[in-house]
Design a protein around this ligand. Structure first.
Ligand code: PXG
Length: 440
């Protein structure tokens, strides 16, 4: 192997979900992170308005998490996950079972949200088949849903650019309509008033296909990647009722709503609706080591535990399921959440955050503001014929002024680490307001 002659060459890395040529012409590099800030290659501090990509909920480089990872790396790098175990995997699963809603006491580990989604969909199919109900093969997602980038996830997902390049996807998938309604719900604080009846579209789909062919419904309690869409009041409850009535499993994709983001441990707690499975990732390790998980109901787990005791119950898993470094990082992260009461801290500061978000009302181009917990969506009117450009300009200008935001379409999404202070919220919205006022 030869040493790269030019380590600064940006060509080789094919960057994900990025305009590669645009980026490489004008790169933005982070080289350090601590608590609420990143350090850029030029030595500037940038306030993290997005917890990385919705993942660093505990803040960056927190000492107990760093130490736990270092210690684990020195103790045991890897242990096989098939037919072998290590104690931290069991400890973490028990901790998650304690945190998640009652009756969801089993964790299947993956390495990402995408893998968690594909795993949950596979468990749903195998569950029905194991019960002798193998005709239940249809999977129902939602328009504008984001469930990662595996074939399962993009099939049930509802973002056209993530789907249209990739062939025919899974068959037997249907979609409910999304819940975004600017006309009726613009500037909602928390849950919008209108749209509960959109859950009845699931009844229409059941009527079309018959319940006996439908395995599961998957939704994000709050649709994040698609631009921060809050569930209308009553909507998730209604979905739960319809699923229960027809024997359809309800999966909440809690990859971004999990671990305190809403001010509750999970979206399920926040909205008082318990699904049959939850997909988790991101905040599970506060972004420090890749990890995902599927939490399942006891009914689902018990259904699989009925065959001969020497038979493998589920033919599924990853080399790195419950990787020791990820388990160590996750346990230490859960300790930080508990010891610092970070979910409550999020709940306590949520009103202040809400007022700050809605203070942008009336600024040029702003057509909607929405919020829950430490989440916000700022929807801008896009340029005619050039969607995404105005929000991307805002992203670049914020970055220049020392604030990291995310954009999707013409929507700015905010999701800072849960340790954010009121003064930092003021700084954030000061910069945003300045930037938005000066957009073309
Ligand atoms: N489900 C949901 C709800 C997600 O938000 C995934 C699954 C996939 O997770 P992995 O770990 O495979 O990426 C996600 C990921 C953004 C953004 O800016 C959101 C995600 C990823 C990257 C960017 O909104 N969500």
């Amino acid at each position: 192997m030869s040493t790269p002659t030019n380590p600064n060459n940006l060509e080789s890395f094919w960057m994900p979900f990025t305009a590669n040529r645009q980026f490489k012409a004008n790169p933005r590099m982070f080289v350090g992170a601590k608590d609420m800030h990143y350090t850029t290659a030029e030595g500037r501090q940038v306030l993290d308005g997005t917890a990385g990509l919705w993942c660093c909920n505990a803040g960056h480089n927190r000492a107990p998490v760093v130490e736990a990872i270092q210690k684990q790396a020195g103790e045991m790098d890897y242990a096989p996950a098939f037919q072998m175990g290590h104690p931290k995997a069991f400890e973490l699963a028990s901790r998650l079972a304690e945190m998640t809603p009652e009756g969801m006491d089993h964790a299947f580990f993956t390495n990402s949200g995408s893998e968690a989604v594909d795993t949950a969909l596979k468990i749903a199919l195998a569950y029905h088949r194991t019960r002798g109900d193998g005709a239940r093969t249809r999977l129902i997602g939602r328009e504008r849903g984001y469930h990662g980038v595996g074939f399962g996830g993009i099939s049930v997902g509802g973002i056209v650019t993530n789907r249209k390049f990739f062939g025919s996807l899974l068959n037997g998938v249907d979609h409910m309509p999304h819940t975004h309604d600017l006309e009726k719900n613009a500037y909602s604080r928390g849950q919008p008033e209108h749209g509960e009846e959109l859950a009845d579209e699931l009844e229409r789909i059941v009527t079309l296909h018959d319940a006996s062919t439908i395995a599961a419904v998957i939704v994000e309690p709050i649709a994040g990647s698609t631009g921060v869409l809050m569930p209308p009041k009553g909507y998730l409850q209604r979905l739960r009722e319809i699923c229960t009535k027809h024997g359809i499993l309800l999966i909440f994709d809690e990859v971004i709503t999990g671990f305190g983001r809403t001010g509750s441990a999970f979206g399920a707690d926040h909205y008082g609706v318990t699904p049959d499975m939850m997909t988790l990732a991101k905040g599970i390790t506060s972004g420090t080591v890749p990890m995902g998980a599927v939490m399942t109901s006891n009914d689902i787990y018990d259904t699989f535990m009925t065959g001969p005791e020497n038979a493998i119950e589920l033919f599924h898993g990853y080399t790195y399921s419950a990787h020791p470094l990820a388990c160590a990082a996750a346990i230490a992260t859960l300790d930080v959440y508990r010891d610092e009461d970070l979910f409550k801290q999020c709940a306590d500061i949520a009103d202040y955050w809400e007022d700050a978000v809605h203070s942008l009302k009336g600024l040029p181009h702003v057509i909607d503001l929405r919020n829950t917990g430490l989440i916000a969506g700022i929807e801008l009117q896009g340029f005619d014929g050039e969607p995404t450009k105005r929000a991307f300009d805002a992203f670049l200008k914020c970055y220049e002024k020392g604030l990291l935001v995310r954009t999707t379409g013409d929507i700015i999404a905010l999701s800072p680490p849960l340790m954010i202070s009121k003064a930092q919220i003021d700084d954030m919205f000061g910069i945003l307001s300045d930037v938005i006022k000066n957009l073309d």
